[in-house]
Write a protein that binds this ligand. Sequence first.
Ligand code: SF4
Length: 294
Amino acid sequence: MGAHRPTPELPRHLEALYARFPFDRSWDDDPVSEVRPLAGTPRQAEVAGLFAATLAIGNTTAIRGAVRRLAGIADGDLTSLLGPATPGRTARLTAFRHRWIRGDQLGYLARVLAEYYSRRPSLEGAFLDGLDRGGFAGGIDALARTARGEGLAGRLGPPPPGYRALFPSPWDPTASPCKRLTLFVRWMVRDRFPDFGVWRRVPTGELRVPLDQHVHWIAYHLGLTARRSRSWSVVEEVSEALRRIDPIDPTRYDFVLCHTGISGDCPKERDLAVCGPCSVRPDCLLWRRRGAAA
Ligand code: SF4
């Protein structure tokens, strides 16, 4: 466990990984590339971002396809889902499926958002309320409660089966890593590629890393966490390690670490042909344990 720490050279090697990264290739593969054309205004970015983050389950091709299909139902403007429903649109939304996510659940989310926006201008307010009360986890908890529509069942009717489970909170007994809402907040807060930067009151230094399986795998092997299972504690641990490297922008490397895994650039095993040019090979536990020259 004692050796399970990042090397002193990791910041320099991460920067080299970032500098050489083929952003264009991975941009095309990332769901955010489907959100960008839907994000003309801050409200559109927020709504499209929340729907897309909610759909961010499974492989990136399927997620991008799901966002495209939903955008088709909404005629290219996901905020239109928050308005009065037409019979044709309702039928198409009802038929929508992505993995276990159903169109009736997305329709309920649209109604929750319409109700929220009738009272407040932006989801940033809900996030900040939670941030003030309980730090970043509190902000995610507040967003989860908002998206679940807590307290709205009397007005909107009960949510469809499985709806609330779409929006886990770090404070649930499962201590979920809450990858999708954490990703949504990164999109909203960072104003550098590939994010939207429409929330201006949340400091980027507060951001936590959206911990999917790829980011967790590489974070573990770079010594940023010693824990094998994903949980909110691991999100905090990895984010703190990245904050020591870049206190202003701790999620700067998230896109690169995630797509190093998604793209197959990292085979997740010792393979000299693939690992040879990897900038973080001297820091990777697979090579540190047995010698980077092997
Ligand atoms: S050295 Fe190989 S296994 Fe380790 S992070 Fe790099 S590509 Fe992945």
